[in-house]
Design a protein around this ligand. Sequence first.
Ligand SMILES: C[S@@+](CC[C@H](N)C(=O)[O-])C[C@H]1O[C@@H](n2cnc3c(N)ncnc32)[C@H](O)[C@@H]1O
Length: 277
Amino acid sequence: MNKADFEHFIGFLKTKAGIVITTEKAYLVENRLAPIARKHGMADANEVLTKIRQMPSAALVSDVLDAMTTNETLFFRDQRPFDQFRDNVLPALMERNAASKRIRIWCAACSSGQEPYSLAMMFNELGPKVAGWRLEIVGTDISKTILERARKAEYSQFEVQRGLPITMLVKYFEQKGEAWHLKADIKNKVSFREFNLLENPRALGQFDVVFCRNVLIYFDHPTKAEILARIAGVMPADGHLFLGGAETVLGVSDKFAAAPGLRGIYVPTAKAAARAA
Ligand SMILES: C[S@@+](CC[C@H](N)C(=O)[O-])C[C@H]1O[C@@H](n2cnc3c(N)ncnc32)[C@H](O)[C@@H]1O
């Protein structure tokens, strides 16, 4: 791999998506870009890197960013955040929003949709307790391809076997051939939009709760801090932020503090309010 092209590519990925890779990851780049080279009629990943350094088309940039994202996800990933949402965060939220009976959740970096759809199914399971309430879930991701999959809401046998209780599979999905299709009533509770976490989310509106899980791990320290500050800007003072198991705000941002007694959940600090104003 041409050293200058590769070094340029590291900078390109960081600027466009915030994703940090090191020179040791050349094999990963080669593997992931080989199909993109074929799609765009190029010889190999090296040619893609050269093109990215010269004058890449918007389609090539989009395909390359798609290929370099890691979309690993599953239904009810880690389970505990979903239980905490249902048992601790939601009751407080229902008290606070009793007048509007509306709750808005943002699943930032939602991948193929399992996270927002898990929330939608879990909410539906609450039945009469949430009758009359409107839950609005917005799923966003930088990858066009993965968002197309999320919107389709069709999952393989392997995907539905990961994390999804069998009772929910039977209740909320229809099997068509090899695939399991999520039924419309749950599917319609989630809307999807392309969104890069390096941009300002203000246009998405305000959210009571933000799930931003298993994506900050790909960014460097300053980028994480900037993203957390922007998330704080679209949440009320008593909002809740859910991060992934390997992620924290501690030592990264003063806009959030750990929610007392709730591991992996964070609440905006007074500093978030002061600077967002
Ligand atoms: C590992 S998945 C996490 C999915 C889900 N949140 C979960 O925890 O299961 C990470 C997602 O982050 C997305 N991503 C990476 N960089 C991004 C960026 N700059 N802006 C928005 N999404 C990004 C990827 O496309 C990928 O779908």
